[in-house]
Ligand binder design. Structure first.
Ligand code: NAI
Length: 328
């Protein structure tokens, strides 16, 4: 059987990959460590590795993988901003899962939004303590409000449907408009008109810190910002300043720009070493989840199928339909 090394393994990964590995004829050696220049050697004896969003797949890791005989990186995620594609070009194949469940991510964005607006996270804690007071729980109707979506690809389009279902007026910005029925507006106009802004664009040099001091200044007072894409789309210091000044009414964040050291780990017994993250967590109108938008049964099953399918094609020497960079 063809063998792979699987990095940053969590119990839920094993359930879905173990259920399908024999069907694809692939043996998996699981490692809890993240893939990095130091851990790449653990893959020796295999020809491919499976990696995830917070693995360090820079130049050094890629050359360490090559030195140990690895020819393929199978990303079990859609985003690949953590892979140095220039270093991979012509050296190692990189494939990904371009789509698994757009609903998983869009519905998580909805969960963040409804929780922030109706404060159900606080109500849950209050009623468990037999405190049935409603003070401080006044929310607002989403119906009739304006939702601004940045990035109208697969996930953005699904979130737009959800927003329309709620009776929101949806506007969007995307340099490549694709939804004929939708009102696309320049970014500045989206900032000025939206009551809720949701980020669904990839992290690139042009979207890095797309939410910053300047853009926040252009926004409506009490705007709600949702980020289920990538942390570095938001300048976190600017976000904190916007929340402190009262300009931003709430932030629902599934991602954080410095998340790789913290997210997915149980650090409940230690002191959090990131002051910025600590400040965000303490803010009453900020809701942080640990990059979990993808975590549904449907999405995990689809991720396992596509990733193992990508690996099977690689081992069989077939064209890699989900390849990001070709190995020459
Ligand atoms: P997609 O590729 O279908 O859509 C991305 C859209 O962003 C495209 O329409 C593209 O034209 C647009 N775009 C590109 N540059 C832009 C810019 N400068 N400003 C505005 N829009 C721009 O991607 P998909 O599948 O919808 O995923 C979106 C993002 O969601 C991914 O890049 C990934 O970072 C994130 N994601 C997060 C997950 C989570 O668990 N939190 C899981 C899966 C994806």
């Amino acid at each position: 059987m063809d063998k792979i090394a699987f990095f940053d393994t969590k119990p839920y990964d094993k359930i879905y990959f173990d259920a399908l590995k024999e069907q694809y004829g692939i043996e998996i050696e699981y490692f809890e460590s993240k893939l990095s220049p130091r851990t790449a050697v653990m893959a020796k004896g295999t020809r491919a590795v499976c990696a995830f969003v917070n693995d360090d797949i820079g130049k050094e890791t890629i050359s360490a993988l090559k030195e140990n005989g690895i020819d393929m990186i199978a990303m079990r995620c859609a985003g690949y901003n953590n892979v140095d594609l220039s270093a991979a070009d012509g050296v190692i194949s990189v494939a990904r899962v371009p789509e698994y469940s757009t609903h998983a991510i869009a519905e998580h964005a909805l969960a963040l939004l409804l929780t922030l607006v109706r404060k159900t996270h606080k109500a849950y804690i209050r009623t468990r303590d037999s405190n049935f007071s409603l003070n401080g729980f006044v929310g607002f109707d989403l119906h009739g409000k304006t939702l601004g979506v940045i990035g109208t690809g697969k996930i953005g389009a699904t979130f737009i449907e959800i927003g329309r279902g709620l009776g929101m007026n949806v506007i969007a910005y995307d340099p490549f408009p694709s939804l004929g029925y939708l009102e696309y507006v320049p970014l500045e106009e989206l900032f000025a008109r939206s009551d809720v802004i949701s980020l669904h664009c990839p992290l690139t040099s042009s979207t890095y810190h797309i939410i910053n001091d300047y853009s926040i200044n252009q926004m409506k007072d009490k705007v709600i910002i949702l980020n289920t894409s990538r942390g570095a789309l938001i300048d976190t210091e600017a976000l904190i300043n916007g929340i402190k000044s009262g300009k931003i009414g709430g932030a629902g964040l599934d991602v954080y720009e410095e998340e790789s050291e913290f997210f997915y780990e149980d650090l409940s017994e230690s002191i959090l070493k990131d002051d910025v993250l600590s400040r965000l967590i303490m803010m009453p109108n900020v809701l942080i989840t640990s990059h979990q938008a993808f975590l549904t049964r449907e999405a995990l099953e689809c991720i396992a199928h596509t990733t193992l399918g990508n690996l099977r094609s690689f081992f069989d020497g077939e064209p890699l339909v989900n390849e990001i960079k070709k190995r020459k």
